[in-house]
Design a protein around this ligand. Structure first.
Ligand code: COA
Length: 371
């Protein structure tokens, strides 16, 4: 048996949803750079689910369904109301999505049509959950989703209770596009493993949220902001980062299992971070980030990943850092559900092997004779 720790380099599924080939990321064959510059998030979600870009009517129809499905069932709202204010936002999202299944009459309908409808419901409701929890913990009433608004617009509106600026909506929408799918990343793999037992789509998404929560995956964007705040100012960057590197500690937002020459999404987020910094008149986080990048890339050759500049982008949009990973989930649920649908369409149980390295030939000792 050859063990490949972390399954590095193992090809565990065939997929036609997204690809990373020679450092280039595509969704359904469309280069991420092209989509980031031109497509809206709903168009991208349609592309991931249906395998083609929508025409105007198909896009309008999807937007209508997403808008109609954005409100939360009363039971889920009650759970959010009774959640401790200091609860971990990803744990809240995981719990609320699990509860959504209890109120969906189609939860256990495994037909393809029902699963597509559930994918749309999940995509529609995740932003509402995150925004409602963010308001409730501040002692504010949740804001009802705005009929007909895009997911980016609606999320910022529900979070703040105010009409968001056009530039904020555009930046947020682009961030959603950039995070929507990423081949067989850890959370997507977790979702596929779960549904490959023919468990339901909600269970698959709950597994994915649980995997995304960790700091080596989606949790890195929050960890980047925590690091920027801990450093505090540009003058402190060099000493802080050099100390971390000397201690061989990981610097969050750098490195990647697949990209060794840079994450193609990072440049878009860097550009957004710079532009938003200029607009808000606060370039501090951007300047600190650039300085960190110079040091880490210059010394270790490690390049920033998608999480590094997301941190300063979301902070410039006024979003608290513990919502960064839930926002990642708001976008990635499009990819997770596309992968779940793909898994169901050609399913086989995912069940690898482990090399046993524990003791052998042990003899059972009765309880009263054990030391
Ligand atoms: N800071 C410092 N060193 C890093 C590093 C980082 N962010 N990422 C990787 N390295 C180093 C490791 O220490 C290791 O060095 P060594 O061979 O001298 O021990 C080498 O690079 C390989 O790293 P490894 O952790 O084995 O790579 P991986 O493929 O298992 O992990 C990540 C990939 C993404 C988990 C890893 O780069 C990481 O932890 N990054 C920080 C968290 C993060 O930003 N995650 C979001 C990913 S999108």
């Amino acid at each position: 048996m050859t063990v490949t720790k972390g399954l590095e380099g193992i090809v565990a599924a065939s997929s036609s949803i997204s690809s990373i080939i020679d450092g280039v990321l595509t969704y359904r064959g469309y280069n991420i750079d092209d989509l980031a510059e031109n497509a809206g998030f709903e168009e991208v979600a349609y592309l991931l689910w249906y395998g083609k870009l929508p025409n105007a009517r198909e896009l309008a129809d999807l937007k209508r369904q997403l808008s109609d499905n954005a409100p939360l069932p009363e039971m889920v709202m009650q759970i959010l109301r009774s959640t401790p204010r200091d609860a971990n936002a990803m744990a809240v999202l995981r719990t609320a999505v699990s509860a959504l299944a209890l109120t969906d009459p189609e939860a256990n309908d495994m037909s393809e049509a029902a699963n597509f409808r559930k994918a749309i419901r999940l995509q529609a409701k995740l932003p509402t959950i995150v925004a409602a929890f963010a308001r409730l913990r501040e002692g504010n009433e949740p804001v009802a989703p705005k009929d007909g608004a895009t997911i980016a617009h609606n999320f910022l509106y529900m979070l703040t209770g105010k009409e968001p600026e056009r530039i904020a909506v555009e930046a947020f929408d682009k961030a959603l596009v950039l995070h929507a799918d990423h081949e067989l990343n850890a959370s997507t793999f977790a979702a596929r493993v779960t549904v490959a037992t023919l468990s339901d789509i909600y269970s698959g998404v709950v597994s994915a949220i649980a995997a995304l929560k960790g700091p080596l995956h989606g949790g890195a964007n929050e960890a980047v902001m925590a690091m920027l705040e801990e450093i505090g100012s540009e003058q402190e960057v060099e000493a802080y980062i050099r100390k971390k590197m000397d201690n061989r500690e990981k610097i969050m937002g750098f490195g990647h299992r697949v990209y060794k020459n840079g994450d193609p999404r990072a440049k878009h987020l860097q550009k957004m971070s710079r532009e938003l910094g200029k607009i808000t008149g606060n370039m501090k986080w951007y300047n600190m980030s650039v300085h960190i990048e110079e040091l880490v890339t210059g010394t270790k050759g490690l390049k920033p990943n998608v999480d590094f500049y997301s941190a300063s982008v979301y902070t410039s949009l006024g979003i608290p850092k513990d919502l960064f990973t839930p926002i990642f989930a708001i976008s990635r649920v499009s990819g997770w559900t596309a992968h779940i649908l793909e898994q169901y369409a050609d399913n086989r149980l995912i069940r690898p092997r482990a090399e046993y390295v524990g003791p052998s030939h042990q003899k059972y000792i009765p309880l009263d004779r054990r030391a």
